[in-house]
Design a protein. Structure first.
Ligand SMILES: [Zn+2]
Length: 375
């Protein structure tokens, strides 16, 4: 059993002062106290200078692209980005072992910073061994796009095999469409779950799709193609990026998916590729659930949820408890793991993270603010 204390604690969007969290040997929270006197000198209590938050939830990543770090120039827009990554994949100069060992390194980096769960897109099997031994909870979104020489039905069947492989490794997995500009409509409808294979197989569970990431690539049909193709029966729908999503786009999504919908900006990646952030104020006004992702190292220099929060604070002046909620509770709800993760509550096992070097008088993350896993 451990007792951990700090001057501040943020859970959901609430700020507690002088808090002590007790946990059993399994990391399950047994009590949360606030306004505790003499908090830095209690017997049997570990005291930390900073802010305690729950383990963070990275709702959008492609761990398998960790080897692409630094290979794609910033600020060139999505079309150039996609062409470059296709070229890198074609050249195939990095072995699966190297890719896997880089993914492994970054998995550890994420864990140590305090990331507890990741919604991770993949379509290669080599990352499953990394995810299997990781202490992070992964949900694999098997991401499909048109494949040379394959029909939509064949590609979809291939994706279902990838899901099976992930499940054999003990990692939750579901099928998802990549984006409307890389897929014919039949494949989007199969991967979204609106169409069913003749033998009765179909996509269900969580769905995560890149949406409105580029004005050029998505085109005027993007909203119809994506939103009409994803079944309202999916257990949750993550619309990732939404950089160019209008009120009409987001209303249509909300009308179809209701409370199953989460929007997932990836601030640093959005700036890296498109030099633009999604309209977070609009998302807030519409009452949408906002979670955050790091995206991959092909469009980011780090996989750090603290850096994503800091970026949002810097550009939008949002209070710290609000961005912490995006990075923790909202992500846990989006990935369907809020029964054990995302908030510091009795009975949950969310992990415990210390944010250090925070400007508490202004409630802002600073350049040197860091996240460190305590539990
Ligand atoms: Zn992505």
């Amino acid at each position: 059993m451990r007792k951990i204390a700090a001057h501040y604690l943020i859970t959901s969007d609430r700020l507690l002062n002088s808090a002590v969290v007790s946990l059993d040997d399994e990391g399950v929270i047994t009590s949360v106290e606030e306004n505790v006197a003499d908090i830095d000198s209690l017997c049997g209590v570990e005291f930390y200078n900073g802010v305690l938050i729950p383990g963070m939830i990275n709702c959008h990543c492609h761990l398998e692209y960790s080897y692409v770090k630094g290979m794609i120039p910033a600020h060139k827009g999505l079309p150039v980005f996609i062409d470059t990554i296709i070229d890198i994949k074609k050249r195939n100069e990095v072995s699966d072992e190297q890719k896997s060992s880089l993914a492994d390194i970054w998995d550890h980096v994420m864990y140590n910073e305090g990331i507890t769960a990741v919604g991770d897109h993949n379509n290669n099997d080599y990352v499953y061994s990394v995810k299997k031994k990781s202490r992070i909870h992964y949900h694999s979104f098997v991401e499909l796009f048109d494949m040379d020489g394959k029909t939509a039905e064949e590609t979809f069947s291939w994706g279902l095999e990838r899901v099976k492989t992930s499940l054999q490794y003990g990692i939750e997995a579901t099928i998802s469409p990549h984006a409307n500009y890389t897929m014919e409509e039949r494949l989007i409808r199969l991967t979204g779950g609106e169409d069913v294979l003749p033998d009765g197989r179909f996509a269900d569970g969580l769905c995560s799709v890149h949406f409105k990431e580029s004005e050029v690539l998505g085109g005027p049909e993007e909203r119809r193609l994506i939103l009409n193709s994803i079944s309202a029966n999916r257990t949750g729908v993550l619309l990732v990026h939404c950089i160019y999503a209008t009120e009409e786009d987001l209303s249509a999504a909300r009308d179809k998916f209701g409370d199953k919908l989460t929007v997932v900006p990836c601030p640093l990646s959005n700036l890296y590729i498109e030099e633009r952030l999604p309209d977070i104020q609009l998302m807030k006004r519409m009452g949408l659930r906002i979670a955050l992702g790091t995206d991959s190292l092909s469009s980011n220099t780090v996989l750090s949820m603290v850096e994503e929060m800091r970026c949002l604070q810097e550009h939008l002046n949002l209070p710290l408890p609000e961005v912490v909620k995006y990075a923790t509770e909202n992500g846990a709800v989006a990935l369907g793991i809020d029964d054990w993760a995302g908030t510091i509550e009795v009975g949950k096992k969310p992990g415990l993270v210390l944010l250090s070097d925070v400007d508490m008088s202004n409630m802002r993350l600073k350049a040197k603010s860091k996240g460190r896993r305590l539990i």
